[in-house]
Design a protein around this ligand. Sequence first.
Ligand SMILES: NC(=O)c1ccc[n+]([C@@H]2O[C@H](COP(=O)([O-])OP(=O)(O)OC[C@H]3O[C@@H](n4cnc5c(N)ncnc54)[C@H](OP(=O)(O)O)[C@@H]3O)[C@@H](O)[C@H]2O)c1
Length: 351
Amino acid sequence: MPDQKVALVIGATGIVGGNTIRHLDAKDDWQVVGLSRRRPYYESTATFISVDLGDAAECRTKLAGLDRVTHVFFAGYTERPSWAEQDAPNLALLVNPMEVIEPIATGLEHVCSLQGTKAYGSHLGAFKSPAKESDPRHMPPNFYYSQQDYLIEKSKGKNWSWSCMRPHAVCGHAVGIPMNLVSCIAVYATISKELGLPLRFPGSPITYRSMYMATEAGLLARAMEWAATTPSCADQAFNVVNGDYVRFEHMWPKFAEFFGMEPGPLQRIDLPLMMADKAPLWDEIVRKYDLVPNAYEDMAHWPFAQYIFNNEWDMMSDVTKCREFGFLDFVDTEQMFLNQFAELRANRIIP
Ligand SMILES: NC(=O)c1ccc[n+]([C@@H]2O[C@H](COP(=O)([O-])OP(=O)(O)OC[C@H]3O[C@@H](n4cnc5c(N)ncnc54)[C@H](OP(=O)(O)O)[C@@H]3O)[C@@H](O)[C@H]2O)c1
């Protein structure tokens, strides 16, 4: 049996953390421990600890036995009403477990922490694109910066290194995670079809024609393992996206074809407002097509979809650095969407 590494995945029930656990779990050189408050929604041989990472005292009690951890994959995330308000609670999700584990896990080698394109200010407005890892930071606060600065300070003079991953629009297997572009589009299409509507792009015409990119969750998990175990990746940040760039304009007719619908003309609507009353219709669709019952609010987060469909600037991250350091994996983004819609259908989550 190969040398056993012990992965601690923080955020075990998230789209990133869950897919990371599923990836590592399939390999025989990793033992996996997952942390989150809820129990995971997927089958796994990993050990799970239910803990509120925002509570330092609870972390001290529940995480005191994690002295064999060799690699930490940090994919915890907590939402707050504003970006500025996210800083302290998100920093706590990293600091509270690290303050318990780092002193006792004497074999710790690496901490791989999740960031995203918001590290470049993609949420603030137009930003320099393609964005490079060496680009200067935007005006803080940004919880990614606080987390990265914590890791830089904490790792000084120690035997472990850190890395930061910068994906965009992570798409992958997820149940009960409504901030998932794949399920948002799938639910929007299913409801539109049931109402006899064409598949209209509900956002800005500028967004429809802008450059976009995404990160398949499996590709991200492979990149995280690579960064955590490749010595030259120590203390580096990496853009991790599929590697191609797309426009909704070109993908949308293919999506309509998948759902058996006409691609409609664009019509910008306020998704949180217009989709708010559709839960009874969703429940009716679940009954009518004998779907696995999933609550409407677990399937789609309309403010998230509204945000994605109305960013009127190119979303492009440069992937040269990853390639230079040796990660050559890629995914066809349009095909990724179609495959993941098909997976939702095969799992009877959509008709
Ligand atoms: N999803 C994307 O498209 C995307 C794109 C770019 C970057 N990112 C970045 O990737 C990282 C992970 O994002 P994600 O989308 O995977 O997040 P997510 O799906 O919302 O998952 C967040 C995870 O954090 C856990 N968590 C939150 N508060 C907790 C608490 N108090 N105690 C214990 N666990 C807690 C959640 O578990 P419980 O709720 O069960 O406790 C869940 O497992 C974030 O930094 C995000 O900014 C994500």
